[in-house]
Write a protein that binds this ligand. Structure first.
Ligand code: ACO
Length: 448
């Protein structure tokens, strides 16, 4: 199969949100700590009627409807998530309700889990299936769904929630350049969820930042070297039109792009001009370890990278800044932002993607974009996602309401035998919501 990749996308996020500015005031931290320090504008959160299952039911149903895809045409369904609702029963099986109704139970795939990387694993599984001898000609469907919530403390403002559905097949407008894929995987305790009674992760924030940047460096080096072997010429940042990063919070994305710039400087590529070389020269003798701790390098490289960052990264930062970390959905929400901002002008462009999941697993890969044929065209994908309208029609809540919700959810996590308020007044028509968890922990949903 040729040009296997993403044919269509849908994104869903809760309509309930809170401004980071108001959280700063509420938490009594210095002004700008979340908005400038973390680079975040707003945070979306699930109330008691929404969870990763309802969000993914909504995203999948909406994608199938809007593209008029018969559920019988789906041959593989893969879910990426790190939000544990059940230690055995996959989220994928909940989504089977949509397909069973239409008489299609012949669908491969289950869930993939490793922090924020599960969505990428799910995507690779689907792409590999379409490219393999097992492919039966039907579409693959990938779902990334997470609710990112943290205990009180410095990580709490990085929370968020969303689900993304992606239709996979050949002749895609968003095609994988499958040869250029580079990974780094290792054993570290930077962010993990060992306490099965709690939804909150244990997180070593500083370590997770460094692990992310180390993984980025290694993936980029390997990506470049694979490119060079296959294409017979050096890869530099000039060879990609956009860079899209997993986005736990925007500041880390700024640091990541600066880091790639420093890499290109060390590799002496044509993407770094004389003025930039001069500024970065004092740091050329730092050891790898030193370079991650050096604040001056961080500042100077961010400054050198800034004009290029505005052009090649900013268009992908909208949704992650407005919603917060969406774990598995974060990278693809960033990509959705790029489609929203640039749609058909992306025709012919190369986009480099960096996926990171703590623990750790990381891959850099690339897409080659082409406008494509309606309905599977870049402009139609942007239209259907309707990101601007979805962001505009959200409802803002004060921090007190957010904290109250977090407390209720702590109580509900792992609980049975309760009914929710069934209050779906804020949800858009067509949205799924949780109504009840019965005495056997069975979950029930309704559609507005
Ligand atoms: N105005 C502007 N900037 C400010 C202000 C202010 N008033 N106050 C602080 N800052 C800046 C700091 O200088 C710092 O910037 P820098 O990184 O450029 O130096 C930044 O805000 C963060 O402040 P810190 O005090 O360094 O860190 P904090 O205690 O706020 O914790 C952290 C931040 C570690 C990111 C925390 O939110 C966290 O643990 N998050 C979850 C872990 C995470 O997301 N890791 C990423 C990869 S793993 C994953 O995806 C889950």
């Amino acid at each position: 199969q040729k040009n296997v990749g993403i044919l269509a996308m849908e994104i869903y996020f809760p309509p309930t949100c809170m401004q980071q500015e108001s959280l700063e005031a509420h938490d009594g931290v210095s002004k700008g700590k979340y908005t400038i320090g973390l680079g975040q504008d707003c945070l979306a959160f699930c109330t008691e009627v929404e969870d990763v299952i309802s969000m993914s039911l909504t995203a999948v149903t909406s994608l199938l409807e809007k593209y008029e895809i018969d559920p019988k045409q789906i041959g593989r369904l893969e879910v990426g998530s790190e939000t544990v609702i059940d230690k055995s029963k996959s989220i994928k099986t909940f989504l089977m309700q949509i397909f069973e109704e239409c008489g299609n139970t012949d669908i491969e795939g289950v869930d993939s889990t490793n922090a924020c990387y599960g969505g990428t694993a799910a995507l690779f599984n689907c792409v590999n299936w379409v490219e393999s001898s097992c492919w039966d000609g039907r579409y693959g469907l990938v779902v990334c769904t997470d609710s990112a919530v943290y205990a009180e403390g410095p990580a709490r403002p990085t929370g968020g929630a969303a689900a993304i559905a992606m239709l996979i097949g050949p002749d895609a407008p968003i095609a994988f350049e499958s040869k250029f894929r580079a990974s780094h995987m290792a054993h570290v305790y930077d962010f993990y969820k060992p306490n099965l009674a709690s939804e909150y992760p244990v997180v070593d924030g500083k370590l997770s930042q460094t692990c992310y940047l180390v993984a980025l460096d290694l993936c980029y080096k390997r990506f470049c070297s694979k490119y060079e072997k296959l294409e017979g010429k050096q890869f530099s940042m000039d060879d990609a039109d956009y860079f899209v990063f997993h986005s736990p919070y925007n500041k880390l994305v700024q640091k990541s792009y600066a880091r790639l710039t420093f890499n290109d400087f060390l590799r002496n590529t044509s993407s770094i001009d004389e003025a930039a070389k001069e500024k970065l020269a004092p740091f050329s003798t730092l050891t790898g370890d030193e370079s991650y701790q050096n604040r001056d390098l961080e500042k100077v490289s961010q400054q050198v990278a800034k004009p290029s960052y505005e052009k090649k990264v900013t268009p992908s930062t909208l949704i992650p800044k407005q919603i917060g970390n969406m774990y598995t959905a974060s990278l693809y929400a960033a990509f959705a932002s790029l489609l929203h901002n640039k749609n058909s002008s992306l025709d012919g462009n190369r986009v480099v993607m960096f996926s990171y999941g703590s623990g750790l697993t990381a891959t850099m890969f690339s897409f080659r974009l082409n406008e494509g044929q309606h309905p599977f065209s870049l402009s139609n994908i942007a239209n259907v996602m309707n990101v601007g309208e979805k962001l505009k029609s959200r409802h803002e809540f004060p921090p007190e309401k957010f904290i109250e919700t977090m407390q209720l959810m702590e109580h509900r996590y792992g609980a049975k035998d309760f009914v929710t308020s069934k209050d779906c007044s804020l949800l858009a028509p067509g949205t799924f919501y949780l109504t009840e968890v019965d005495s056997k922990y069975r979950r029930f949903y309704a559609q507005k």
